[in-house]
Design a protein around this ligand. Sequence first.
Ligand SMILES: Cc1ncc(C[n+]2csc(CCOP(=O)(O)OP(=O)(O)O)c2C)c(N)n1
Length: 331
Amino acid sequence: MVKLKSQMTEGELLKIYRDMVLIREFEERTAEMYSRGKVTGFCHLYIGEEAVAVGAMSALHPDDYVISSYRDHGHCLIKGTSPKEVMAELFGRATGTCKGKGGSMHLFDPKTNFFGGYAIVAGGIPITLGVGYAIKYRKEDKVVASFFGDGATNAGAFYESLNMSKIWSLPIIFICENNFFGISTAVSWASATTDIFKKAEAHGIPTAKVNGMDVIAVREAIKNAAKYAREGKGPYFVEALTYRFRGHSMSDPADYRIPREEKIWKDRDPIPNFARKLIEEGISDADGLRAIKEEVEQEVEQAVKFADSSPWPEAIELMKDIYSEKEGEER
Ligand SMILES: Cc1ncc(C[n+]2csc(CCOP(=O)(O)OP(=O)(O)O)c2C)c(N)n1
């Protein structure tokens, strides 16, 4: 077993732990706020999948671009948007990342180069293609990472994007978060192959399949992919095997899953498993990790208070930020 300490500094390793705890805590409070009617509409939690976003983003440069799907809270947070702004957006308040007009599925933050969550399955993938094209056109030293589910890989837009990304040799990292279900539909019912990465292989794109519950394994896979893409060699595809611990969205009891399967995956929970390694290697101890968790709980509590005390958008906001073909015209 490769030691964690040989790969990263203690500070970096503790940041990875903190980031996973931040997503978990944020999502648990979001579920609570949803049941209290503070968050409304569709809401998809990322609990169980934290190692994918955190491992991947720890391998990217801060100014690289990231695009997600509707399960986007974790990606937006780890890209650098404050929990306050994300929670306020979920509450629909004027202080949210999109002034309260986007909500859970449509987070977007140009400050951090987080270029959006998209409610349409596979909707973010062609947009990634555009961002990849822009990076190449402007000769930027950047890559764009696109996160999407296994279900998205059955959509036509996915194949068109793979094809064009390869032809144009764009600096894109496609990251499939394979949690084995598209709502209640198992991968094997909807996908001609359950080895999702093979879909990219067919386009001549290099691939990796990785344990998405192991944050360091994800980080290593994305480091390789980012190096390849940044060197101008073209797109790379990573399939991360993961599991969502809750239903597809807040309204889904997930009663189509087998309890035995759920138990197997919950035993692979990336957070306690990583905590155990940190303690085994003497990087922290139980008290140290508890202190991190408490600090994160405070931060998320502050985010909830901020969101709850923030103003609603003014009615006039309905008429602003609307796409118009006439440049500069305010409607
Ligand atoms: C084009 C389109 N078809 C159907 C839906 C309804 N829908 C929302 S999420 C989802 C499942 C997608 O599953 P997957 O891509 O595996 O992502 P996961 O939810 O597992 O993260 C579906 C069918 C949609 N939003 N967009």
